[in-house]
Design a protein around this ligand. Sequence first.
Ligand code: GLC
Length: 549
Amino acid sequence: MAIACNSTTMGSLERADNWWRDQVIYQIYPRSFQDTGSNGVGDLAGIRKRLPYLAELGIDCIWLSPVFASPMKDFGYDVADYREIDPLFGSMADFDELLDEAHSSGLKLLLDFVPNHTSDQHEWFIESRSSRQNAKRDWYIWKDQAPDGGPPNNWISNFGGSAWQFDERTGQYYYHAFLQSQPDLNWRNPEVRTAMFDTLRFWLDKGVDGFRVDVIWHLIKDEHFRDNPPNPNYHADQPEIEKNLQVHSADQPEVHDLIAEMRGVIEEYDNRLMIGEIYLPMERLVNYYGKTHDSGVHLPFNFQLLQCPWQTQAIASLVTEYEASLPEHGWPNWVLSNHDQPRIAARTGPSQARIAATLLLTLRGTPTLYYGDEIGLADITIPPERVQDPWAKQEPDTSFNRDKARTPMQWSGKENAGFSSAQPWLPVSDDWQERNVASLDEEDQSLLQLYRRLLAFRRTEQALRSGTYHELYCDPSIFAFEREIEAKRLAVILNFSEEEAPLPDLPDRYRKAKTLFSSVGESRSGLPAHSLRLKPAEGVILQAEEHEG
Ligand code: GLC
């Protein structure tokens, strides 16, 4: 599909390989989407069964969290074989069928590539730890103890404790940025690069549409393994990793050359997408677009909305700042939730979740929607005996448990919310009998229907997909911005308050405008702007009088 791109950001190029600019990505956490194997854990056949739901919802591209062979210590982010599907999720034949059927339903499919570390059960690591002379010794990061007999430096694991594990057999430490059972690969070793790039080609040859690359900013560590400096702002209720600033353990300048090489592999194929998972401040995040249009990742995930207080002014200024920081070839993207962070409805409550949906699908850039957000899944109580998250188990005192964002999709009012005939690996929400796809389908104004309407509207409005962005208005209750392409200008006006509010002052071109879309319901369409009062937590889209393009 050729896409007419916004002239202000793309020049006159119309490129099929920019399909992802126009699309909506939907993240599936496979353990929790649909179980067909009656073991309480979702699987590939379950995802296949739900493709019609996804196509009808109106998303375009699915990203699957890892489905590769794994001992599941970090639920698949600990890969034991990059070229096998874990039997828990099905077989390679199931994967091939899923990919085929996704494509024939008009959906693209992205995989999760986990290059920073493997499982300690991966055959490479088993070899590497077997002796100091082993040919794969240098595929991982092995160091002698410090002169005082302790670990080689002060680096802390992202899941708490030292990031170094002493291995008795060979008398050295290995480095693990996450669990002890997730040793980091040594990406400075060219053999590691070749082997891992070949795994990318293995999946690209099968026809996957691209990858989300896990913790991409971690891949290269300081050559001299210097200590990280202490974080002067650390306070005790933060996870232990925050004690130090990650100056030397991640985001090293050399990582960009490596990413350029990885992108080169993606570029061997037509129309594939590379997204990077990166938690960094904006000014460092945008470096991951690369110096040129094909040397970085296409989309460094933008997690700003996940971390920002739910307040108009904070959000409006972060959008402005983000837009201003993008390099010329950088296309924006937005994320509201993922499998590592509290869900949006848990943060904002149910009525603001509607504003959040409207914001996500009207800002400039590729949106990523997280499964279950469309039915308003929020914080779910996880009884202590059912905690699964390895991080929460290692640091039980930190307030957040990632399980709360990973609970089963709720399909119906049937047993276990239609997710599984067995007890699900994590509990469903207390309100599952009402909060499920089948019930929300029946309700005209449900959040699910709002997502469907927004996705359909976005599809028909090129100004929303590829128009320019600029802010129109912001006060503590209302945030309004304009999206413009050629002669078309749309104003998106979001009422973040729980009170009715008058429309803010808008430019004259909206004097005779009519409501094209309202998050409250279709009955508000066509209402003239001059008589419109915003309902509590309502988002509306108005169309300005056309001008000479
Ligand atoms: C990424 C994943 C997270 C995982 C970690 C280690 O941040 O999103 O779930 O625990 O990497 O692989």
